[in-house]
Each structure stands twice: as C-alpha cells, then as structure tokens.
Design a protein around this ligand. Structure first.
Ligand code: NFE
Ligand code: MG
Length: 484
C-alpha cells in the first residue's frame, strides 16, 4: 500500500524546505522537494551601482556570504577586465577558506550529527525525529560533547575570517580588483594561531567523528546515491590568469558524468521553471503543476549534484589535488570501501570533512605567501557597458554570478546557487532533481519514523535562503531560462 509522508518544514537545514515522499513496501518510490519561501534578490539589484552587488548579494545568506562576495567580485573583475594582485587573490582565498571551515563544522555538528547521535532529553535536542540510534554510549557522548565544543571552534573560524574581511558575517573588505584590507604581521600571526587550533579540531575530532559514524552506520555508505552526475566550478585561485576557464585552482573546475571526467561550458547552463512558481513575468504562486520556489538548473539538459562530493571526485579523478585524493583513498581503505561508496549519505559527510582538512592545510601555506609591502587591489574604471561572470564554489557547491552593465548601472544580474542545483524540482522532461533522486529508493520500514529521509536530505547541507531567487530573463528557451 502506498503512503504519503510529509516532512515540512524539515528542521536543521537553513531556510524553509519541505519533503513529500510516497512510500510503497518500505521504500520511497517518489519524492518531491520544495523550497517554500519566496526571495527576490536579482530584482533588488536591477538599476543599482555595479559595485553594490558585492554587498547586496552577500545578504542572500548569513552562512555563505563570503562565497557571494568572491563570486560577485570575480563577476565584476571579469566585466571590468581586471585581476587582483597576488595579495588580493590570497586574502580572498583565506576569507573564503575560513568560512568553509566554519560552515562545514556547523553542518556536521549542529545540523547533521544528531541524525546519528542521540542528544540529551532536553531542548534544543528535543523534540526529535526518533531514529535507530546505534552508537556505543561513549561514542554517542563524545559527539554530543563535540557539538558544544564545535560552537567555540566556529567562533574561532569567524574571527579568523574577520581578521581579513573586517567582520563576519557579510564581509566588508572583498571588492572587485582584490581586497581593501592591508596586510600586517599581526594579522598574519593572529590568523595562523587560530588556524592551528582549527586544524587540531579538524584532525583530532571532526574527521575521526565522521569515520566513526561511517563505521557504525555502514548502510548509509550506500543509501542516497543520487543522480551520479557531479559539477564543480572549483575554487581557491592559485594564479592570476584572467580567463576563469584556464585559471589554476586548488579545487579544479569540472564535471563527472557517466563515470568519466568532463569539461564545463557555462553556455550549457540553463534554468528550467516548469515545476517552479515562476512565469517569465515574475513569481506565479498559483501556477499549475508547480510545487517549489526553487528553479531547476540543468547542464546541457542534465541533472547535476554540486558540493563537496563533486569537488572530491573531480579533484581525485583529475589528479589536480593529490593531497585530497590521498586523504579520500586512505579513509576509504580504512573503512574497507570503494570510491563508488562516496555517492551516499556518509560519502558526502566524508568528502566534506576531508576537504575541510585539505583546505586548512593549504591555507597554512597561503597565509605565509602574503607580502606585507605589496598591493592588495587593482584599480578599475567603470565602463558604460559590460558583461561579466564569476564561477566559484561556495561551501555547498557551484555558485555562478552573471552581470550585464548598461549606463554604468546593473541592467541584469543573475545568480545560480548551489542549493538551487541540489534541491531543484522536476524539469520540463519530468526528471527529478538531485535530492529528489537521492530520496528515491530510501528505506522507510516504519512510516511513523522516516528518519532515513532526513539523513539523506541533510547530508546535502541544503540552504534554501540561497536557493530561491527570481530570475531576470534574458534568452528564454521553452520554459528554461538561459543564464549565459
Ligand atoms: Ni545559504 Fe550558499 C553556500 C551559496 S548555498 S549557504 O554554500 O551560494 O546553496
Ligand atoms: Mg538565480
């Protein structure tokens, strides 16, 4: 007999997300994921000063503002024909890196871990979706203790970011051409000692806790495989090459599809609104057949997952990041698993933890490359007309900003955000989005306790505040909206 399960709102995700799943004979046979709150940032930007985009787009989200700051600045770098000097590039990387560490620790301990560790019987740990908690008592207690410790560690990560960004969240110093903060030796040292403390936490607490969960919940190393297609724009620039498609990055740009690596052509990215509450004229909350405020981005018409799993697989398969590839293989050997097991709930947690570790290690080298007496930004002149784009991975995945400037003002601004990819609804071909596909087949032996659904969705770390936007249409294509 078919039963419909509704989890709405799903808690411990950022924003307003609803899941509807149809269960038959103990398995999900159909799932719908909906963003249930309307936003509208792209509308706010039209007609404004182009430089304001860096500040306004950061207000999309308090979790990943640095990613919007960098993507927007890179979008403007591209439109203005400028590149940051080494110091500007390195300091942007450090600000974004500090935010990624904070974000991934937040996600694991404060959003996802309590799906697997049973919290104490008082708020904020109750009420809870009762689950098959299986950790031995000592391991369970350790993760709950680390929940509290992680609150302090996240503060350190925010402080580390603010050393160079001026404040967190919503940084002040990232601008087109580089940054406005002048390096000084006390900034480098105060950043570095916080980073060392974070590295200890990542190496001695975060990564071991994820490995413990993966050992105890081995079935979740196969549950929630998803669509199998991965996309990353990459991130953390290692040179000042103006063409983002040729720029060397710590995490390379790429796709993984049909078991193989492939390139990225931004012109193949489109947004489909067949099942989203939008018409070309704007929001359409009464639209027939629609069920989400999230649009459906597609690459060459295909469904793609973005985020740490995409970055890990593309990094490992391309050979571009040997340190991350080695860490992944070491962890998989320890767990007696193969790379294909990364396409799972635990695989996503593991990819997230190991990229946090690899990035922190890289940052310890970058901060020492800052040159105290060299410039931090390249000056610019605002053109009357220009087009630009910035492609840069936020913590949750591929983030694209596109701008059109006319009469020195923003004529058009378009943002395609990681969770828009992952939490997308069905497209015009009826093909479900990545989270919807990951939910399909999920085990739900007891419909009163659909905890597997929450575990699958939370492993993607969705952020609905980021995901929902109103488009400024440019080239409309059969209900899809081309963004490049
Ligand atoms: Ni609101 Fe964001 C990240 C961006 S998400 S958290 O990371 O961009 O979809
Ligand atoms: Mg958008």
């Amino acid at each position: 007999m078919k039963t419909k399960i509704l989890l709405d709102p799903l808690t411990r995700v950022e924003g307003h997300l609803g899941i509807e799943a149809v269960v038959d004979s103990g398995k999900v046979v159909e799932a719908h994921v909906a963003g249930t709150l309307y936003r509208g940032f792209e509308q706010i930007l039209a007609g404004r000063e182009p430089l304001d985009a860096v500040q306004i787009t950061q207000r999309i989200c308090g979790v990943c503002p640095t990613a919007h700051a960098v993507a927007s600045s890179q979008c403007l770098d591209n439109a203005l024909g400028i590149m940051p000097p080494d110091n500007g590039r390195i300091i942007r990387n450090l600000i974004q890196g500090a935010n990624l560490i904070q974000s991934h620790i937040l996600h694991f301990y404060h959003l996802a871990a309590l799906d697997f560790a049973r919290g104490p019987d008082f708020p904020p740990f109750t009420p809870r979706l009762e689950a098959d908690y299986r950790l031995p008592a000592a391991a369970n207690k350790a993760i709950v203790d680390h929940y509290v410790q992680a609150l302090h560690i996240r503060l350190k990560a925010h402080e580390m970011s603010a050393v160079f960004s001026g404040k967190m969240p919503h940084c002040a110093s990232v601008v087109p051409g580089g940054v406005t903060v002048l390096p000084a030796i006390d900034k480098v040292t105060t950043f570095l000692w916080r980073l060392k403390e974070l590295q200890s936490f990542i190496n001695d607490v975060y990564v071991p806790d994820v490995l413990t969960l993966a050992e105890v919940y081995r079935d979740y190393c196969s549950i929630g495989a998803g669509c199998g297609n991965l996309l990353t724009y990459g991130g953390y620039d290692l040179d000042n090459e103006p063409d983002v498609m040729k720029r060397k990055r710590l995490i390379p740009m790429g796709r993984f599809t049909g078991g193989k690596l492939a390139g990225v052509d931004p012109a193949k990215i489109s947004e489909d609104v067949r099942h989203a509450w939008y018409e070309a004229s704007g929001p359409a909350p009464a639209k027939a057949g629609a069920y989400s405020w999230i649009k459906a981005p597609r690459y060459d018409g295909g469904v793609y997952e973005v985020g740490p799993l995409a970055r890990a697989i593309v990094s490992a398969e391309s050979g571009a990041n040997p340190a991350l590839a080695k860490a992944l293989d070491t962890a998989l050997t320890h767990l007696r698993l193969e790379r294909q097991h990364l396409f799972s709930v635990m695989g996503r947690h593991l990819a997230r933890a190991l990229e946090t570790q690899a990035l922190a290690n890289a940052m310890a080298g970058w901060v020492l490359q800052i040159k105290l007496d060299e410039p931090v930004a390249t000056p610019h002149k605002m053109p009357d007309e220009a087009e630009g784009y910035g492609l840069w991975d936020a913590s949750r995945g591929a983030l694209g900003h596109w701008i059109g400037i006319r009469g020195k003002k923003i004529a058009r601004y378009q943002i395609v955000v990681p969770t828009t990819w992952n939490a997308s609804p069905r497209d015009a071909n009826g093909v479900a989005g990545p989270i919807e596909q990951a939910l399909t087949g999920a085990p739900v032996p007891d419909e009163k306790h659909p905890f597997a659904l929450a575990r699958i969705v939370r492993a993607f770390d969705p952020c609905i505040a980021c995901a929902v936007h109103l488009v400024t249409p440019r080239r409309r294509l059969l209900g899809s909206l081309r963004v490049a």
